[in-house]
Design a protein around this ligand. Structure first.
Ligand SMILES: O=C(O)CCC(=O)C(=O)O
Length: 324
């Protein structure tokens, strides 16, 4: 039994004891798999949780900043870099392949990171115990260094390459995964209210990547089943992301490219324009455990057949808080 499984078992025991004692657990963790009362359609425990608690809990409290004044202070501390330039010849033309990239740093502080990461570990435990929908949680077999990383998908099932059933890369429209959890909706709300993402592009899907030491994501351009902009939030360690019109694969988890951008902890990288569509990007094998969450809005023509829009996300509009 490895440390992760021990933690999973520990969380399970704590949750059961908590339930027996009739208390609810901390909202940051949620009592996801154990809220079995009034279950509506228990295909996934996360679903049961979402359905049962829609009106019970204000998800703002997950990332609570008590007063508007504090939020303005926090907002003023965000560092935004929107001036990335790297010129390459693309189809014979000099092109800034980084046009459209933005890095917003200090969007999440260490306290918030802790809540988010703890919650992700909790989701991972649920996945390991089979309490999430089949395609929500995926833990690939490690057969060589740099291969595979744990992923959790919400909102839609995305296929990175042709799967066992012959589905091509992209959104698998007839596959269901769990809906976006409340804490992640609170994150989206912040991204829109803090002008990291425009209200016209509120994400309705996300992928959590849990990288162990040595795990990577190879060079790619995100599929056009997702509209632009989309964004990635980084947690646990600072790591580099490489960009370039043609990134090179040197070996397992080893890549090279002309531009390396340091993704600080709590930062949000926004991809659009050439930065999303001309340049490839990749994360070389990480030096220690890392977690990222990529939020994306699906092209309306590619929505899963049984997709139900989330009213809270639909209502999201730009707040009166103004970014720098
Ligand atoms: O982990 C990251 O920062 C990058 C993730 C990514 O490129 C993706 O999910 O497509």
């Amino acid at each position: 039994m490895d440390a992760r499984q021990r933690l999973c078992n520990y969380n399970f025991v704590v949750a059961v004891i908590t339930r027996i004692m009739g208390r609810t657990s901390s909202p940051a963790f949620g009592s996801l798999e154990y809220t079995s009362h009034r279950t509506v359609h228990k295909k996934s425990s996360l679903d049961a949780y979402t359905i049962n608690t829609t009106n019970d809990m204000n998800y703002d409290s997950f990332l609570s900043i008590p007063r508007e004044q504090d939020e303005l202070l926090r907002l003023s501390e965000v560092i935004r870099n929107k001036e990335y330039v790297h010129v390459e010849k693309v189809y014979g033309r000099s092109t800034n392949v980084l046009e459209g990239l933005e890095l917003h740093e200090r969007v999440f502080n260490s306290f918030e990171q802790q809540k988010i990461v703890d919650y992700i570990y909790h989701l991972q435990c649920m996945g390991q115990r089979g309490h999430l929908r089949d395609r929500t949680y995926s833990e690939p077999k490690k057969w060589m260094r740099g291969k595979g990383r744990v992923t959790l998908q919400f909102g839609c099932c995305y296929n990175y390459s042709v799967d066992k059933k012959g589905n091509p890369p992209g959104i698998i429209r007839d596959e269901e995964v769990d809906r976006i959890p409340r804490l992640f909706k609170a994150i989206i709300r912040r991204l829109v209210h803090w002008s990291v993402l425009p209200p016209s592009c509120v994400p309705n899907s996300c992928i959590v990547n849990i990288y162990e030491k040595g795990d990577c994501i190879p060079p790619h351009i995100d599929h056009h089943d997702f509209v632009r902009p989309f964004c990635t939030i980084s947690f646990l360690i600072e790591s580099n992301i490489l960009f370039g019109s043609k990134l090179k694969i040197i070996g397992p988890g080893e890549f090279s490219g002309p531009v390396s951008i340091a993704l600080s902890v709590g930062s949000v990288l926004v991809l659009k324009g050439n930065g999303a569509d001309v340049a490839q990007h990749c994360v070389p094998g990480v030096h220690a455990k890392r977690i990222s969450i990529t939020f994306r809005k699906m092209d309306e023509r590619k929505l899963p057949y049984r997709f139900i829009p989330d009213p809270e996300l639909e209502r999201l509009k730009a707040s009166s808080l103004h970014a720098k």
